[in-house]
Design a protein around this ligand. Structure first.
Ligand SMILES: *Cc1c(COP(=O)(O)O)cnc(C)c1O
Length: 248
C-alpha cells in the first residue's frame, strides 16, 4: 500500500464538502430566485450530527457560519473541540431538561423548545451562564392537540402559551418557530403545506412578538419547499456531509 501524504485525507474531504456546499448553495439561491426572495434572507444551518469535529472545522474553513446538532452528548465535545472557530451552534433535537445547562454552554439558539418545563430549565441555565439563548417553538403538525409529538414539538394550539413563556423568561429570547415535515397525520408527505402552516403561525405570533422572525424549516430533501413557504433558516445535513449511517 502506498503511504498517504499527511493531510491528504483532510484535503480530499475538504474538496468533497466544498462541492456539496456549492450544490446546496445553488439550490438555495435558485429557490430564493423562484420565490422572489433575497438570498440573504435565508440562513444555511449545516447539521453536523454523526460527523466528527474535524468535518466541522473544515466547514468553518469553507465559510460556514452556523452548525447544528441534535444530541447534547455529541454536541458538547464537538463544540468544545471547535471553540477557537467563529461558528454559531444551534441545538435542533429533543432536549431533556437535565441537559439544559450543558446546552446553554455552547448553543446560541435552541430551535426545539416544545414544553414549559424546558423553558424553565433553559431560562435557569442561561441565567446561571450569564448568556442569552435564542429560542424557537418547535411545532409538530402530527401531535394531538395539547400534547407533544413523537419527534418533539408542540401541537399548533400550544404555540401561543409557550411563546409567551419564552418571551417572559429571563435569559431567553423568543426568535420564532421551527418544524420538521411531519411523517404522520394529514400533512405527511406534504411538506409544502406544513411549511405554509408554519408560516401562518409565525405571522400570527409576530403580532404579539414582532422580533420573532425566525422560521426554521426545510432539510436536505425539502429545502426548496421551505424557502418557497418563507423559511428564514434551512437545516441541511446529509446534502452537505453525506448520508448518515442508520440511527444508532
Ligand atoms: C438531522 C436533522 C436535520 C437535517 O436532516 P438532513 O435530512 O440530513 O438534511 C434537520 N433538522 C433536524 C431537527 C434534524 O435532526
Amino acid at each position: 500500500m502506498t503511504a498517504t501524504p499527511p493531510g491528504a485525507d483532510g484535503e480530499a474531504r475538504k474538496a468533497e464538502l466544498a462541492a456539496n456546499l456549492a450544490r446546496v448553495e445553488e439550490r438555495i439561491a435558485r429557490a430564493c430566485d423562484t420565490a422572489g426572495r433575497a438570498r440573504e434572507d435565508v440562513t444555511l444551518v449545516v447539521v453536523t450530527k454523526t460527523y466528527p469535529a474535524s468535518d466541522v472545522r473544515l466547514l468553518a474553513e469553507l465559510g460556514v457560519g452556523d452548525v447544528a446538532e441534535n444530541r447534547d452528548q455529541e454536541a458538547a465535545p464537538k463544540a468544545a473541540a471547535c471553540a477557537d472557530t467563529a461558528l454559531r451552534w444551534h441545538f435542533v433535537g429533543q432536549l431533556q431538561t437535565n441537559k439544559a445547562r450543558s446546552v446553554a454552554g455552547y448553543a446560541e439558539r435552541v430551535h426545539s423548545v416544545d414544553r414549559m418545563r424546558l423553558v424553565t430549565a433553559l431560562s435557569n441555565a442561561a441565567t446561571r451562564a450569564e448568556r442569552e439563548i435564542g429560542c424557537a417553538v418547535q411545532v409538530a403538525f402530527d401531535a394531538e392537540a395539547g400534547s407533544v409529538g413523537e419527534r418533539g414539538g408542540v401541537a399548533p394550539d400550544g404555540v401561543t402559551d409557550l411563546a409567551g413563556a419564552i418571551g417572559a423568561a429571563q435569559g431567553l429570547r423568543l426568535d420564532g418557530v421551527m418544524t420538521v415535515a411531519p411523517l404522520a397525520g394529514p400533512l405527511a408527505g406534504r411538506p409544502q403545506e406544513a411549511f405554509e402552516q408554519l408560516r401562518e403561525i409565525s405571522t400570527g405570533l409576530r403580532t404579539a412578538h414582532p422580533a420573532a422572525t425566525m422560521v426554521s424549516a426545510g432539510m436536505s430533501s425539502d429545502l426548496e419547499e421551505a424557502v418557497r413557504a418563507g423559511a428564514t433558516h434551512v437545516r441541511v445535513g446529509s446534502a452537505v456531509l453525506g448520508r448518515r449511517p442508520p440511527l444508532r
